[in-house]
Design a protein around this ligand. Structure first.
Ligand code: ADP
Ligand code: MG
Length: 321
């Protein structure tokens, strides 16, 4: 049994009559990168705030590093780092001053503090900007600094709330390289994101929708779920001109269960009996001369789309009953 660094059971938060987090249960093993996804307002930040002991749960329990988040918040504070969604740096202080200040918040002593600061400078490569005011850094460097500040006291669990929102693709990748390095050293990471490519890189993912966790597990296992990959079907990627017309025609073709645009191509979920020649012929009918077709596996986006649709369907049936 892997050693669990985050465990929650029936975790619930209500603000008045409004339920922001509804009986959420999951666990995260040491050294894993848990990606937490869901649309805006679905409850991601509220879950993080409860796990960090900042916000009291209305119902349910949560433990981080074995400590109860409600009753042992001091112990939790020692072992976690938290990088909030809204920027958590002092813009008027320099990079160096932000690092020192963060260390002092955790009562690190002079020698330890300097040593840790130097380690984090080396890890994040932020040396050239040490004397720059945090408010003048680019998005990518601000996030690295925020991460370094959150790590000054050597936490074993790091919570990052949308760390890559609004930063460029290169900075995004570099930040992820750092996250992998930390996970490799045994740190446990809990990351919220909107980016599917980031979700694909996580060892485990959870998807929260309207306050409920609708799916949780390893990306490859989720892709094999029957709701996502129904037996007797396959997924095709079709690249051709006039995608909008093509999409409409594919939705009319028998045996096509779904058709969605994906960037420059479309993804079809079709019955195994549907042959490529039929697809070609249908596209010809609407004036599309040629198409490139190949079989693909489901993506995490396919997983979330399928399960959200299923969940929404169940909810409306419950209301109707
Ligand atoms: P996410 O991070 O997934 O975008 P949040 O956890 O921030 O979502 O918010 C979930 C829901 O809870 C939202 O509808 C939000 O408006 C509501 N909410 C969050 N914090 C509070 C609060 N302190 N008081 C009332 N409602 C809140
Ligand atoms: Mg949020």
């Amino acid at each position: 049994m892997a050693d669990l660094m985050i465990e929650c059971e029936g975790l619930t938060k209500r603000f008045g009559n409004f339920t922001a987090v509804d009986h959420v249960s999951f666990s995260v093993a040491r050294g894993s990168i848990f990606g937490f996804l869901g649309p805006n307002g679905s409850g991601k930040s509220t879950v993080i705030r409860m796990l960090c002991g900042i916000l009291e749960a209305t119902e349910g329990t949560a433990r981080v590093g074995g400590h109860d988040v409600g009753r042992e918040s001091e112990a939790i504070k020692e072992i976690i780092g938290y990088m909030s969604q809204k920027f958590s740096l002092y813009d008027e202080l320099t990079v160096n001053e932000n690092l020192i200040f963060s260390g002092k918040l955790y009562s690190l002593r002079e020698k330890e503090l300097k040593q840790r600061r130097d380690e984090l400078i080396a890890i994040t490569h932020i040396e050239p900007y040490l004397d720059r005011r945090a408010g003048l850094l680019s998005g990518g460097w601000r996030q690295r600094l925020a991460m370094a500040c959150a790590l000054m006291h050597k936490p074993t669990v790091l919570f990052l709330d949308e760390p890559t929102a609004g930063i460029d693709p290169v900075a995004r990748r570099e930040l992820w390289d750092l996250l992998f390095e930390f996970a490799g050293q045994g740190m446990t990471l809990f990351v919220t994101t909107h980016y599917m490519d980031e979700a694909e890189r996580c060892s485990h993912v959870g998807y929260i929708y309207m306050a409920k966790l609708i799916v949780c597990g390893e990306p490859d296992d989720l892709k094999q779920m029957p709701e996502v990959s129904p037996p007797g079907t396959r997924r095709l990627d079709v690249t051709c001109d006039h995608l909008t017309i093509a999409l409409r025609s594919m939705r009319e073709l028998g045996g096509v269960q779904s058709a969605t645009v994906f960037g420059q191509s479309m993804h079809l979920l079709v019955d195994e009996s549907v042959r490529r020649a039929e697809i070609d012929a249908k596209l010809h009918e609407v004036g599309i001369a040629s198409a490139e077709i190949h079989e693909i596996g489901p993506s995490l986006e396919d997983v979330f789309v399928s399960l959200t649709a299923k969940h929404a369907g169940e909810n409306s049936r419950e209301r109707a009953a």
